[in-house]
Design a protein around this ligand. Structure first.
Ligand code: CO
Length: 134
């Protein structure tokens, strides 16, 4: 069901510093920072030959990554994103297998203007999984 790895997301306390680290120290191609007010984050995408890295900075007081950053003050891997062809079919299959989708189970528009869902990390080896319909 899952397809390509779309991106690995890393939550960071200082998005500018993290962007500079990837651009200058690691020599990667970085996007501009984009605020995602619906998700409470600001994102920067790092383009790699075979996938992307999504740097996540907190946006606003109620950012969903605030608690993660409190536990991981220097930042850390936040989620992995797998591509699916049909997000509703994927969701229904996952729920039928007994795993949990976070929130009300309805896809939302993600950082690439495509429908996304998040799966509960306790049901997936301690890893928060994002599914993106491509
Ligand atoms: Co993501």
């Amino acid at each position: 069901m899952i397809g390509r790895l779309n991106h690995v997301a890393i939550a960071v306390p200082d998005l500018e510093a993290a962007t500079a680290l990837y651009r200058d120290t690691l020599g990667a191609t970085v996007s501009r920072a984009v605020d995602q007010p619906d998700h409470g984050v600001t994102t920067v995408f790092i383009e790699l030959p075979n996938t992307k890295i999504e740097l996540l900075g907190a946006l606003g007081d109620a950012s969903p990554i605030a608690a993660f950053l409190a536990k991981n003050p220097v930042g850390g891997m936040h989620h992995v994103c797998y591509e699916v062809d049909d997000i509703l079919a994927a969701r229904d299959q996952i729920v039928a297998q007994g795993a949990r989708v976070i929130g009300d189970g309805e896809p939302r528009v993600g950082a690439h203007d495509k429908p996304v869902l998040f799966l509960h990390p306790k049901d997936f080896c301690g890893t928060l999984i994002e599914l993106e319909q491509v």
